[in-house]
Design a protein around this ligand. Sequence first.
Ligand code: HXC
Length: 257
Amino acid sequence: MSSSTGSEQAVVVTERPHEHVALVRLNRPKVLNALSNALAEQLAGTLERLDADGVTRAVVIAGDDRAFAAGADIAEFASEGPHLEVWDRIWAVGLPTIAAVRGLALGGGLELAMSCDMMVVADDARLGQPEINLGVIPGAGGTQRLTRTVGKTLATEMVLLGREISGREAELHGLANRAVPAERVLPVALDLAKRLAKQAPHAVRTAKKIIARAFEESLHAGLLDERRAFYALLQSEDAREGIAAFLEKRKPVWQGR
Ligand code: HXC
């Protein structure tokens, strides 16, 4: 187990449950893992380090049993407010990420979960964008990612009225990949991460990047990007290995090239 920085309080803690999988835990339990600027900075730095370490192939981000995160730290609002630029660093991470959500995922907490590539939630988790109750709106992608994922109808209720949904509803609306009993959240998320870590690493990173384009660009531009990336990957060593392994009826051995 390692904390992310030396003298600062470790508000983000990294564990290595499996050779190629990192578990990153948000660690401000007394305030339901509210995302202070220090926490967001540590999280971005941790993810960047994992992204570049050459070993990690998938990351699970988790809170504790009461909260994934209850939003940006409201106590900081009066003084400085959330530093939103740090989110660009979180969104730039190339590794696949999985949010493991127990308890609350509110405001910036839900935005962080939606920034991940997959989401495993407890059946009884509480997900919402309650910023409207503070007189503001989501600031880290909530209006865009939620709307594109669950559709305008439900997103409008959640963002304009602060309606919360359960983990079970999140799965029904396509916001979560799996809703499971609370005690199963972490094992299921880690299992997905291990499965991701077995895939060809370069292809996984590329697929993640190109899927994200579907949110960022027109369909036409996204399809062209997809085609270019496909041709480029087809030339990679891993693709040659994967195709050869299929034809030879054996398991591929990925080199990450
Ligand atoms: C700072 C928070 C916090 C938050 C909870 N706490 N949420 N502190 N920022 N977002 C603190 C409480 O002040 C309290 O501290 C402790 O955590 C436990 O919370 P309680 O309120 O006592 O717990 P409970 O009664 O169970 O209520 C839980 C809750 C409520 C319903 C989640 O805490 C709540 O409404 N929190 C705010 C949720 C929210 O509005 N999130 C969106 C923030 S805006 P003490 O010291 O009293 O024990 C946002 C904008 C994103 O996220 C912008 C981009 C990043």
